[in-house]
Ligand binder design. Structure first.
Ligand SMILES: *Cc1c(COP(=O)(O)O)cnc(C)c1O
Length: 386
């Protein structure tokens, strides 16, 4: 990106960063370069940087540059899923190394560490990142990586990225932040001291529930060189069509997030005032334990809302069966509103006692508030709760 481009504001970078009209035709959209290989002028003499699409593809390169710009980082890397992106970070570690994980990270994140890397000799400790003394105490001489999520899923707790970055730096460990729930529009962990930002682009970055993808961004040249090496060596890269679709999606990320945030705030306020609801977790509510941190660390409070209904399994089941506009489904971050029951659906693999400790009860429902008309959404919830 040129100096002038990097000074543009978010909305301008969302639409233009990493992209220029196709020099051969003037096509304004980056073409879908459906090609596995590239013709060479002479053995080893390649055109631009392209020789084989696992290593580099022009559509993917445009997406990677776009996302790096949105996160305020130097280098971006795209993967075939969010977990494939995390797997690439895990390749920075060796047998005997130790990792510290947030205690309520995404279930697949925990599974990758606990079921795949554990058998390869990487050990892990889970910690509540809001407890800085516990975090400090979790480091061992072998701790190489700290992996956090903020806001978390489904309880929407926040960790202070700048404070955790300082602790990790003092201990000589890398700090990676899964920024999936916040998106680069609402929060930029690299600017707060994180070394790597991770996204499941399946969620808000894609935004239309039609692509599985993952992203890493860093400004550290040594880390970037290793990530590039592992991305090519492992090969879990996205195809050019998926890259094109994500590139189309990032052009509206800022507009979608504004509406997600506005709708979620109204839905959270509605639920908090309803007599069938026991409590609501939303970083934008004053009742949220990290509301002050959210106001400082984020530019908006996001589109996810979690509510605990009075009663238990029967009440939440009845509610989830009676909503019409909110579709009962896993995943999140699309333009359409989704609702789910973490204890039965997304978090069923977490042992019951751990779920209870995290507050994932039978009355808990998680809403991914979409960008439909908010009056219709609230009417739908009102009817289902009646
Ligand atoms: C969905 C998700 C992932 C995993 O991403 P996939 O694209 O499904 O592989 C990781 N972290 C968070 C916070 C997620 O929501």
């Amino acid at each position: 990106m040129s100096q002038a481009e990097s000074q543009h504001k978010f909305a301008t970078r969302a639409i233009h960063a990493g992209q220029k009209p196709d020099p051969s035709t003037g096509a304004i959209m980056t073409p879908v370069y459906m090609t596995s290989t590239f013709v060479q002028k002479s053995p080893g003499v390649i055109i631009e940087e392209y020789d084989y699409s696992r290593s580099s593809n022009p559509t993917r390169k445009a997406l990677e540059a776009n996302l790096a710009s949105l996160e305020g980082g130097r280098s971006g890397f795209a993967f075939s899923s969010g977990l494939a992106a995390m797997d690439c970070v895990m390749h920075l570690l060796s047998a005997g190394d130790h990792i510290i994980l947030g205690d309520d990270v995404y279930g697949g994140t925990f599974r990758l560490v606990d079921k795949v890397y554990k058998q390869l000799g990487v050990t892990a400790t889970r910690v509540d990142f809001t407890d800085h003394a516990a975090l400090q105490a979790a480091f061992t001489p072998k701790t190489r990586l700290v992996w956090g999520e903020t806001p978390t899923n489904p309880m929407l707790r926040l960790c202070d990225i700048a404070a955790v970055a300082k602790i990790a730096k003092a201990k000589g460990a890398m700090f990676a932040v899964d920024n999936t729930f916040a998106t680069p529009y609402l929060q930029n962990p690299l600017a707060l001291g994180a070394d790597i930002v991770h996204h499941s682009s399946t969620k808000y970055i894609g935004g239309h529930s039609d692509v599985i993808g993952g992203v890493l961004v860093t400004s550290d040249e040594q880390i970037a060189a290793k990530l590039k090496f592992f991305q090519n060596s492992v090969g879990s890269v996205p195809g050019p069509m998926d890259c094109f679709m994500l590139l189309r999606s990032t052009k509206t990320l800022h507009v979608r997030m504004e509406r997600h945030c506005a709708n979620a705030m109204k839905v959270a306020e509605f639920l908090a005032g309803h007599k069938a609801v026991q409590s609501v977790a939303y970083p934008g509510l004053k009742s949220h334990p990290e509301h002050a941190l959210a106001s400082k660390q984020m530019r908006g409070f996001g589109g996810m809302v979690t509510a605990t209904l009075k009663g238990g399994m029967n009440e939440s089941r009845r509610f989830l069966e009676r909503v019409h506009l909110f579709s009962l489904a896993e995943s999140l971050g699309g333009v359409e509103s989704l609702i789910e029951h973490p204890a039965i659906m997304t978090h069923a693999s977490i042992p019951a006692e751990n779920r209870a400790a995290l507050g994932i009860t039978d009355g808990l429902v998680r809403l991914s508030v979409g960008i439909e008309d908010v009056d219709d959404l609230i009417r739908d919830l009102e009817h289902a709760l009646a």
